[in-house]
Design a protein around this ligand. Structure first.
Ligand SMILES: Cc1cc2nc3c(=O)[nH]c(=O)nc-3n(C[C@H](O)[C@H](O)[C@H](O)COP(=O)(O)O)c2cc1C
Length: 198
């Protein structure tokens, strides 16, 4: 029986009306349309302090990071729709990845949440670069965490005008880019499937 890939989707912004949230929503719809089982989360439900090794030594990895690590582990892959800040990764995304990368055990057993996972990246910005420069850095960080990051990516420029009232891309090229990202992610996730079953 073919594997139905389970994909986790989240935005790298908590801002009300964030372009990243619209982009993550568009990705979620496209992934579901293409047959994936999609879980949409908000990083707002996983609040984390700024990474501080003294805090980590004193209190261990926060339970929210552990919870997010488990979410990642029960999926085959994930998709991040991120803004770029100063041509790089926004602190919310970097801090979240940093904490999850410190999760080493679950219930006393060795646990590496990122190992064997596949990821797709999207960005959005009102600027002309569409947030694409930040994705180079995000890609490198995830690869350092042993995540396979697929080559196709979707960067939404002039994001304040990119979506119609139904949250669909107005531009056919954007639709096509997102379709390609989702198809590639699904194919690769089905092939690699390393998720932990409940
Ligand atoms: C600290 C900071 C740095 C930013 N740097 C960039 C940048 O390098 N390129 C860009 O296109 N937009 C930049 N922006 C603008 C964001 O793209 C814009 O605020 C966008 O709405 C954030 O994404 P969101 O809508 O998903 O929250 C920056 C915003 C902040 C707060």
């Amino acid at each position: 029986m073919p594997v139905i890939p389970k994909i986790l989707v989240f935005a790298g912004s908590l801002r009300t009306g964030a372009f990243s949230i619209s982009t993550a929503d568009a990705a979620m719809k496209e992934l579901a349309l293409q047959g994936a089982e999609v879980t949409r989360i908000s990083l707002g439900d996983y609040p984390l302090p700024i990474m501080d090794q003294d805090l980590e030594k004193e209190k261990g990895v926060p339970e929210t990071a552990q919870k997010l690590a488990r979410q990642i582990a029960v999926h085959d892959g994930f998709l991040i729709a991120s803004p770029e800040y100063n041509s790089s990764i926004p602190p919310l995304v970097k801090n979240t990845i940093d904490w999850v990368s410190r999760v080493r055990r679950d219930g006393g057993r060795p646990f590496k949440p990122f190992d064997g996972k596949v990821a797709a990246l999207c960005s959005s910005s009102d600027g002309n670069f569409a947030g694409a420069r930040g994705l180079y850095h995000l890609r490198a960080v995830l690869m350092a965490c042993h995540v396979e990051v697929i080559t196709p990516q979707c960067s939404v420029g002039r994001a304040s005008e990119a979506f119609d009232e139904h949250g669909q891309f107005k531009d056919e090229r954007m639709r096509h880019q997102m379709e390609t990202v989702c198809r590639t992610l699904i194919e690769r996730a089905a092939m690699m499937s390393t998720r932990i079953e409940h």
